[in-house]
Write a protein that binds this ligand. Structure first.
Ligand SMILES: Cc1cc2nc3c(=O)[nH]c(=O)nc-3n(C[C@H](O)[C@H](O)[C@H](O)COP(=O)(O)O)c2cc1C
Length: 209
């Protein structure tokens, strides 16, 4: 059995936090998919880093260059993780300042060659491209292996009408990221023409009729 260490960075500021909710849902989807992959021989240990819990420590680190023990534990968990889920609220059409402070104090190369699944929450789906114009370049710069499927959840997505669609997007992202972590081969959508009756057989059938 292979055990992967998954760090989950969640940078919401409110309580309860929609960012935390998205992070939890993505984590569940990834863990479920990893366990389903490879006949359940793989497992995942999850470490959640709630950024607001170390907000003051982050400011002190930026000002002094030293991490408090509480912050250091979290930085180590991220640097030592085999894979990382990252979810930030969108502020002013980009990642939040507190989230960026955490990224700024990570050791150099902490995320290099590490699979990273991106998520973001926002008030409006018109800002969903912030994942592509702000988050992707940041993690490309850090040398992370950024998963192609990311999830943006706007306030409206949590409503009963659209919650199912958000659930589908979370499941898809989780499955795709689990494949990246475990090296599983691509799961292809089933082809509706895989199981057709050959034309000759159809003709044969009709001639009999
Ligand atoms: C200062 C500030 C700026 C924001 N800017 C944006 C924005 O540009 N685009 C957007 O879609 N939402 C914006 N929002 C809304 C938050 O992204 C949204 O409420 C988010 O889901 C909050 O996450 P939380 O519940 O985890 O704190 C902003 C919120 C605040 C407080």
């Amino acid at each position: 059995m292979t055990t992967s260490h998954l760090a989950v960075i969640t940078a919401g500021l409110t309580q309860p936090s929609s960012t935390r909710l998205l992070a939890d849902r993505l984590t569940e989807a990834v863990v479920r998919s990893v366990r389903e992959t490879n006949d359940s021989t793989d497992d995942v240990v999850v470490e959640v880093v709630e950024v607001r819990d170390v907000a003051h420590d982050l400011t002190n680190h930026v000002l002094t260059g030293f991490a408090s023990p509480e912050l250091q534990v979290r930085l180590d968990a991220i640097a030592e993780a085999d894979a990382v889920i990252i979810v930030t609220p969108i502020y002013a059409a980009s990642f939040s300042g507190l989230f960026k402070m955490l990224i700024d104090v990570l050791p150099a190369d902490a995320l290099r060659d590490t699979p990273v699944l991106l998520g973001a929450t926002g008030g409006t789906s018109r800002h969903s491209l912030a994942i592509d114009h702000a988050l992707r370049p940041l993690f490309a710069h850090l040398g992370a292996l950024v998963a192609p499927v990311a999830v943006f959840a706007a306030s409206v997505d949590w409503g009963s009408q659209d919650a199912g669609l958000l659930g589908d997007r979370i499941t898809r992202a989780g499955r795709s990221f689990a494949g990246l972590i475990t090296g599983a081969s691509k799961v292809r959508a089933s082809d509706p023409f895989d199981d057709v009756t050959p034309f000759a057989e159809l003709l044969h059938g009709s001639s009999r009729a």
